[in-house]
Design a binder for this molecule. Structure first.
Ligand code: HEM
Length: 248
């Protein structure tokens, strides 16, 4: 049984990558297969990139971020979602970045700097103080897009290339593992599954306590109000009854 240092999973990117890769079974052979598929994949990169942006354009919610200034590209303030078209500068810019991403995937050595890049790709979609733009793409869309891109790549690999079936299957498998690793490098910036530190636990407990106290005091005030209203109603009914029945 291997020992895993939980804290390092959250503080040491290389350690996290090695843990996830080891767990998934993403090996040097998988990396080599991805490299060898380079020619086939590079040929379909433009079509994949276009399909990615057509997909994002299909939904208003996934088009919103492109009306905002991005890291490395100012979008005129007051630009609305409807102003952004497939021909806009911002989309051309984003398509270039996505093209680089896919080309790097089939060309880069799996060294610390590439893993850092993959991690940054996940991180840049959040509203991290490490960037100037305030864009925050919610995880639901990132996960959906990873599924979509992965399906497109798999479809391509299943028909393209002059491979025997074993190599083809192994290549599809290698890409599939890669996309799960990339997904981890998105998810880590959205999910909160790290064990809390002592300070965070105390802050959370205090917050909970404050909420409970506020709720108790609201219930007490409501109870007092109802009691007061009940008493007032009783007095009023008593007074009416006295007028009707007891007065001569
Ligand atoms: C498969 C999933 C995705 C991949 C691989 C991906 C890839 C990338 C890359 C490579 C960058 C540039 C990183 C850099 O500058 O170094 C980027 C930035 C960006 N992506 Fe994605 N993306 C994905 C999903 C999405 C989705 C679903 C949206 C929108 C709904 C989106 C919107 C953006 C935006 C707005 C930026 C610029 C962020 C900023 O400047 O603050 N991406 N993406």
């Amino acid at each position: 049984m291997k020992t895993v240092d939980r804290e390092k999973l959250y503080t040491d990117l290389q350690y996290r990558f090695e843990y996830i890769s080891g767990f998934i079974g993403f090996t040097k052979e998988d990396q080599d297969l991805i490299h060898k598929s380079g020619e086939v994949v590079a040929g379909v990169v433009p079509a994949i990139v276009d399909a990615v942006y057509d997909k994002l354009f299909n939904y208003d919610i996934t088009w919103v971020p492109f009306a905002q200034s991005q890291e490395g590209l100012q979008v005129e303030s007051g630009t609305s979602v409807k102003d952004v078209t497939m021909g806009s500068e911002v989309i051309a810019f984003r398509k270039t970045m996505m093209t680089k991403y896919l080309k790097k995937l089939v060309r880069s050595e799996w060294n610390a700097s590439y893993i850092k890049y993959l991690d940054w790709v996940g991180h840049i979609h959040t509203s991290t103080p490490l960037k100037q733009s305030t864009i925050n793409v919610e995880y639901i869309h990132c996960n959906a897009m990873l599924g979509y891109v992965s399906a497109m790549v798999v479809e391509t690999l299943q028909t393209a290339g002059d491979w025997d079936q074993t190599t083809r299957d192994a290549t599809v498998n290698a890409f599939n593992k890669f996309f799960w690793i990339q997904n981890d490098l998105f998810a880590r910036y959205y999910v909160k599954d790290r064990l809390l530190t002592e300070d965070e636990r105390t802050a959370l407990a205090q917050e909970e306590q404050a909420k409970k106290t506020a709720m108790r005091s609201a219930i007490r005030s409501e109870f007092l109000l109802i009691t007061a209203l009940g008493a007032a109603a009783g007095i009023a009914i008593g007074a009416i009854a006295y007028r009707v029945f007891a007065r001569p």
